[in-house]
Design a protein around this ligand. Structure first.
Ligand SMILES: [Zn+2]
Length: 402
């Protein structure tokens, strides 16, 4: 019995000072994440303040249970929190007054290797880290079960699942591979931008689907789609966000390389941006659509933008993309965050960004874009950025409604 008790992880954080109880601890949804760690899992939950907690596993079905006295999970979503193939699901929410719970459904038997709460004394915040390692069913069963810890609900309540949180609709991401059909886009060394972007878009779509998002493509084959139709497709799909994928190519410059991100700007004073706009919008000129008549509606939309959330939200996504692409080892060009007046960015009802994934005029970028490994960095960066951005936007929503 002693051995069993010793094996049980009974973790109780030092009681927080009384004044801390005036506000419920909140989960920082943008920072918190559950990730694969080898065959196991790493749970990292950022909390607005210290909170008593305990961590234990349950057997068949294999679960990690984190109990808190007490934690506000508002704003958290399954897709935002769970970024792991070794877990099958996560539920969280209040169980009874004074008790909140997170239940992580494990894909295989695991045991807790380490668990601890790091307290930032200065900021008053805390980070709970739990590391799970793969274990045999026998050894995982031996350590499973709720500890009989004083002051906590009876182990008999351990199986209680939290009230199902409001199931958030999956994030709808419209992926827009540039060009196509009679418009090949940039062409270098036997490569067509349209083809390279379609390959990337199809792979990105799979990755986003695996991450619990809903991916919609503006084209799935080598066909011409006018720019305004791309926005219409996105709108009809109920886009939460639209990401256009392009690659640039420069004349007499084989050195410039790396990714950059464009958001909408009314001025587009930058000459390079204007040239880029010309190159990319050639598609509509080729397709016979006269964009000159769009000026008034674009102007109207720009004014509308100023009144809506989509402009700042797109900028936050651009920031998240830069950070995540860098983290995943994708190369960025100098001054990677840019602005231009591009038709494909003018939707006012959802944020849109245009990602230039690199330069076909650069041999280095061509090598990255034509290898699955090179594309995987870009795809991982976009996926991670969308997850974080969605969590941030979700967390902002209640603030804005107040
Ligand atoms: Zn392009």
């Amino acid at each position: 019995m002693r051995a069993l008790l010793a094996a049980l992880l009974i973790l109780l954080a030092a009681a927080a000072p009384a004044q801390d109880f005036s506000a419920l601890a909140r989960l920082d949804v943008a920072q918190s994440q559950i990730r694969d760690d080898g065959d196991g899992l790493g749970v990292e939950l950022h909390l607005s303040q210290t909170v008593p907690y305990r961590a234990y596993t349950l057997a068949e079905p294999w679960r990690l249970v984190l109990d808190f006295r007490e934690l506000d999970f508002r704003g958290a979503t399954r897709a935002g929190l769970l970024n792991a193939d070794n877990a099958e699901g996560v539920r969280f929410g209040p169980v009874q007054p004074g008790l909140s719970r997170l239940v992580l459904e494990l894909g295989a038997p695991m045991r807790i290797a380490t668990a601890g709460l790091d307290v930032d004394e200065a900021a008053g915040t805390a980070t709970l880290r739990v590391s799970l390692v793969a274990a045999s069913a026998q050894s995982a069963t031996a350590v499973a079960g709720a500890p009989a810890s004083p002051g906590w609900p009876d182990p008999a309540t351990a199986a209680l699942a939290p009230a199902a949180p409001e199931e958030a609709a999956p994030l709808t991401v419209v992926i827009d591979p540039g060009h196509g059909g009679l418009d090949p886009g940039a062409q270098r060394a036997g490569l067509d931008e349209a083809d390279v972007m379609l390959t990337l878009a199809l792979e990105l779509s799979e990755a986003l689907t695996r991450a619990g998002m809903r991916a919609v493509l503006t084209r799935t084959e080598d066909v011409f789609v006018p720019l305004q139709d791309r926005i219409s497709i996105a709108r009809a799909a109920g886009a939460d966000v639209m990401i256009s994928l392009h690659a640039d190519a420069l004349e007499d410059d084989e050195v410039t390389s790396g990714a950059s991100i464009y958001t909408l700007s009314a001025s587009a004073e930058n000459e390079a941006s204007s040239r880029m706009a010309e190159r990319h919008e050639r598609g509509d000129i080729l397709g016979g659509l006269d964009l000159s008549g769009q000026d008034d509606s674009i102007a109207t939309i720009l004014m509308e933008l100023a009144r809506t959330e989509t402009g700042p939200s797109g900028l936050r996504l651009a920031d998240a993309l830069l950070t995540a692409l860098r983290e995943e080892g994708a190369r960025l060009r100098t001054n990677p965050q840019r602005q231009a007046l591009l038709a494909v960015l003018t939707a006012a009802d959802f944020p849109a960004v245009l990602l230039e994934v690199g330069f076909l005029s650069s041999a280095r970028d061509r090598a990255e874009l034509t290898s699955a490994e090179g594309r995987a960095k870009i795809i991982a960066g976009i996926t991670s950025a969308l997850r974080r951005w969605a969590a941030t936007e979700e967390a902002r929503a209640p603030l804005l409604r107040q």
